[in-house]
Design a binder for this molecule. Structure first.
Ligand code: PLP
Length: 394
């Protein structure tokens, strides 16, 4: 009998029912290498007659259990774990791109993903193109004969745009490109990219998957053949996680479904509260009918996520005063964990960009990104209300 519920898969997916010494939880195999007992064993391994682990950079049982859990949750044949989301992204890009190829970015993306694409890839002879804002037909118009990879974050960070994945999958199929989707913001609970036609799903497992703001990890999920190709690149690039990090990830994923469903509901309430406040100019949340991609979000997502971005009717200083007045969310970059986090995007994630670049990217000085944690939504709303009053008092 196979169980398909996402809560069940979060808890049990990928884990062996019987484990060594009859323990319940997957052990941490904290080892760098795996000795052979005799040379005959090594030779049998060399000749392909024996399958086993040899060295920590090529695999680890704790890491493997996390990979199998992720594959089960995301509905892929296999998965790979990485030391960080960026390791997952860079290793996957480098697997599919060579000199003379074209990589097409759709809509917004995490700034370091963009930096990798604009700083390093051109030095390797890869051409990089951007569709700055997804709209129907724009991606089809931007592909070229040499487009090998189409990349999109869904939803995007920080404006939570929702590019239509079925459309992107159609374009990718048509031009023979690999469609890579960074689904970090959605998690497997809210979005099923492989079912919608993506070839590879990427996660910064640092966010919702880990869920406790205490680990860095990344993941790629796909069919077995594609994962084998990406693994060959990971084997020499070396961005694999520590076994202890893999254990923490397994533990975090067990509560993924309940956490994300709570965060979906709490963020929706908070977005509606903020939209009703006179101090707030605009709220970006795909669960609000006012969001430009709400009509796609309702079809594509099964939950709208735990991040709410909004602009205050204020300058940068008043916005900073609002952040200073908040008592519950920590002022920190990241999202998806149990503690609510808040940032003034222009002065944190986008602080290295010039004001002109920020304006082009739509990053207003008063843009606030709130990652809703697991606190009671009533407490978060009360905190947001008192901080708005405090910031706008003078
Ligand atoms: C959407 C998205 N993808 C990838 C990353 C990179 O992940 P990591 O910080 O785990 O390397 C981030 C980090 O914030 C992100 O927001």
């Amino acid at each position: 009998m196979s169980f398909r519920g996402l809560s069940t898969l979060s808890v049990h997916g990928g884990e062996a029912r019987r484990k060594p010494e009859n323990v319940l939880t997957t052990p941490i195999y904290q080892t760098a290498t795996y000795p052979f007992s005799r040379m005959a064993e090594r030779l049998a391994y060399n000749e392909g007659k024996l399958s086993r682990l040899t060295y920590g950079r090529y695999g680890n049982p704790t890491q493997r259990a996390a990979e199998e859990k992720l594959a089960a949750l995301e509905g892929g044949e296999d998965a790979l774990l990485f030391a960080s989301g960026m390791a997952a992204i860079t290793t996957t890009f480098l697997t599919f791109l060579s000199q003379g190829d074209h990589l097409l970015f759709v809509d917004q993306c995490y700034w370091q993903t963009r930096t990798f694409a604009t700083e390093l890839l051109p030095r390797l002879g890869v051409e990089v193109g951007f569709v700055p804002r997804w709209a129907p037909g724009e991606v089809e118009a931007a592909v070229r004969a040499n487009t090998k990879v189409i990349f999109a974050e869904v939803p995007t960070n920080p404006h939570l745009h929702v590019p239509d994945l079925r459309e992107l999958a159609g374009v990718a199929r048509e031009c023979g490109a690999v469609l890579i989707v960074d689904s970090t913001m959605a998690s497997p609970i809210n979005l099923r990219p492989l079912e919608l036609g993506a070839d590879v799903v990427i996660h910064s497992a640092t966010k919702y998957l880990g869920g406790h703001n205490d680990l860095l990890a990344g993941a790629a999920v796909s069919d077995a053949e594609t994962i084998e190709k990406i693994k060959a690149t990971r084997d020499y690039l070396g961005g694999i996680p520590d076994p202890h990090g893999a254990y923490l990830l397994i533990r975090g994923i067990k509560t993924l479904a309940v956490r994300v469903r709570h965060q979906n509901q709490a963020a929706q309430r908070i977005a509606e509260f903020l939209e009703g406040r006179p101090e707030v100019r605009r709220v970006y949340y795909p669960g609000l009918p006012s969001h430009p991609h709400h009509h796609i979000a309702v079809k594509q997502l099964s939950g709208f996520g735990g991040v709410v971005s909004f602009e205050l009717e204020a300058d940068a200083e008043t916005t900073s005063r609002f952040l200073d007045a908040l008592k519950l969310p920590y002022m920190a970059s990241s999202f998806g964990g149990v503690e609510s986090l808040v940032e003034q995007s222009a002065l944190t994630s986008f602080c290295k960009f010039t004001p002109k670049e920020r304006a082009e990217l739509g990053i207003a000085e008063s843009l606030v990104r709130l990652s809703v944690g697991l606190e009671d939504p009533e407490d978060l709303i009360a905190d947001l209300a008192q901080a708005l009053e405090e910031a706008f008092r003078s």
